[in-house]
Design a protein around this ligand. Structure first.
Ligand code: RNT
Ligand code: ZN
Length: 421
């Protein structure tokens, strides 16, 4: 019988890990408590529901035209629920301001209110999940010239400051109603394509705008502010106002969360190595786990070395309570529900692998100067039966084991997604 096969494999895996001093049941108990913030924007190619123009500007781009994109909040919720039903554990959902849902004409960005997100909040309540939030500083006429919070046009700058304040209040409402703090993450596309003379001016303006935005009183128990840096974007190759140094300094001085996006650094630079440094100076951080291929391409996250290194850092440094794990990818070339499932399951698998690592043993080798042993054991650990533990976890969490989830996504595609125009 299927069930006994999975359980038998698990028993055997448990013994194998125990040989390395690892207690698998404890690892699963810890894993169960980790909530990953699943980004809404994989479901509709970062289009949002303000208009049907889709993603525009902002230096980010979704490529592909796989059919079945969610066209409205109900479809997005239904797709997300499908994905959640195929992912073990309890997670969170991460919204952007462009996913507002009022009655009638959408409110402009500086006017949005918690009311426009009440249906999302009620949905989250029903699912017993937390929400996270993001102001949207792109896909808008006031962002057309590539400058928002650092705009030299005072009216435009003010508009975006007001948008940021409105979003923090929405985040506060989400956090209050759901009983779990909402992380509201600020990312702006501001920058320029070519030779830039004044690199200082826009940064002064951005600092001023952030100060104004964060001056508005919002309960930190309900809403946490994060700021996300970037190296470059399409159309902002030469200069990005909100660089890593800019936001690292800002976050440290103002006690904000720093958001590290895996695609926002030089291609050989990994965010895994930054975590233990920035957490010396910051209480909490946010991750945007992504997969850049040659550039910040936002490919679906898979279980590769980079992902494993991030998860290992969180476990080895005992950082799980101080790091909010968010995902950030958008691939329009494959089934979008499958993209979510693949990415979130990969993240959870990476965390499981890290929790199953015989860290004390490896650390002891290191402390003893036994680098031979350290390298040898790291290689041995790689082929321990992670898959058997993963299957058992899925079984116990009541989600499909192995590739069975794909059958469910295919069925959903033929019954639901393929009927969308
Ligand atoms: C863009 C940033 C940002 C966005 C989302 C949609 O480069 O990574 O986080 O991907 O806000
Ligand atoms: Zn990001």
């Amino acid at each position: 019988m299927e069930l006994t096969r999975i359980e038998r494999a698990y028993q055997w895996a448990r013994d194998r890990y125990l040989e390395f001093g690892v207690r698998v049941d404890d690892a699963l108990e810890q894993l169960r408590r980790i909530a990953v913030s699943v980004h809404c924007w994989q479901g509709d190619d970062v289009g949002g529901f303000e208009s049907d123009q889709g993603l525009s500007g902002g230096g980010i781009m979704a490529t592909g035209s796989y059919p079945g994109r969610a066209r409205n909040p109900d479809e997005l919720r239904s797709d997300a629920e499908k994905a959640f039903s195929l992912i073990p554990g309890k997670h969170r959902f991460n919204l952007h301001a462009i996913y507002q849902e009022g009655d009638g004409k959408p409110a402009d960005r500086d006017q949005i209110q918690p009311a426009q997100f009440q249906r999302w909040i009620d949905w989250a309540k029903e699912l017993k999940i937390g929400l996270d939030f993001n102001p949207t500083f792109f896909s808008h006429p006031n962002a057309a010239d590539g400058f928002t919070l650092s705009s030299r046009d005072e009216g435009v700058r003010r508009f975006w400051v007001d948008h940021g304040i409105a979003c923090r209040k929405i985040g506060e409402a989400m956090g209050k109603q759901l009983g779990t703090p909402c992380v509201t993450n600020v990312w702006i596309p501001d920058g320029s394509k070519d030779v830039t003379i004044d690199r200082k001016g826009p940064r002064l303006l951005l600092k001023k705008s952030l100060d104004e935005m964060f001056a508005a009183a919002v309960d930190p128990q309900a809403n946490r502010d994060a700021v996300e840096s970037k190296l470059f974007g399409i159309g902002s190759e030469t200069y990005v106002v909100g660089s890593h140094e800019f936001y690292l300094g800002y976050a440290v001085r103002n006690k904000k969360l720093l958001c590290l996006d895996a695609g926002h650094f030089h291609p050989t630079e990994t965010i895994a190595d930054k975590i233990s440094s920035v957490l010396l100076y910051l209480d909490e951080i946010l991750l945007h786990v992504s997969r850049g291929i040659r550039w910040d391409s936002d490919h679906v996250v898979i279980l590769n070395d980079d992902l494993r290194a991030i998860a290992e850092e969180l476990v080895r440094g005992d950082f799980l309570d101080r790091v909010h794990i968010g995902l950030d990818f958008f691939d329009a070339s494959i089934n979008r529900v499958a993209a979510w499932v693949i990415g979130v399951r990969a993240m959870i698998k990476a965390l499981l692998a890290a929790l199953l690592e015989p860290t004390p043993l490896l650390r002891q080798c290191e402390v003893d100067g036994d680098f031979t042993g350290r390298l040898a054991l790291v290689e041995e650990v790689k082929t321990l039966p992670l898959g058997a533990v993963w299957d058992y976890y899925c079984l116990k969490e009541g989600v499909p084991v192995g590739r069975k989830w794909l059958g469910e996504v295919r069925q959903y595609e033929s019954e639901v997604l393929s009927r969308r125009g």
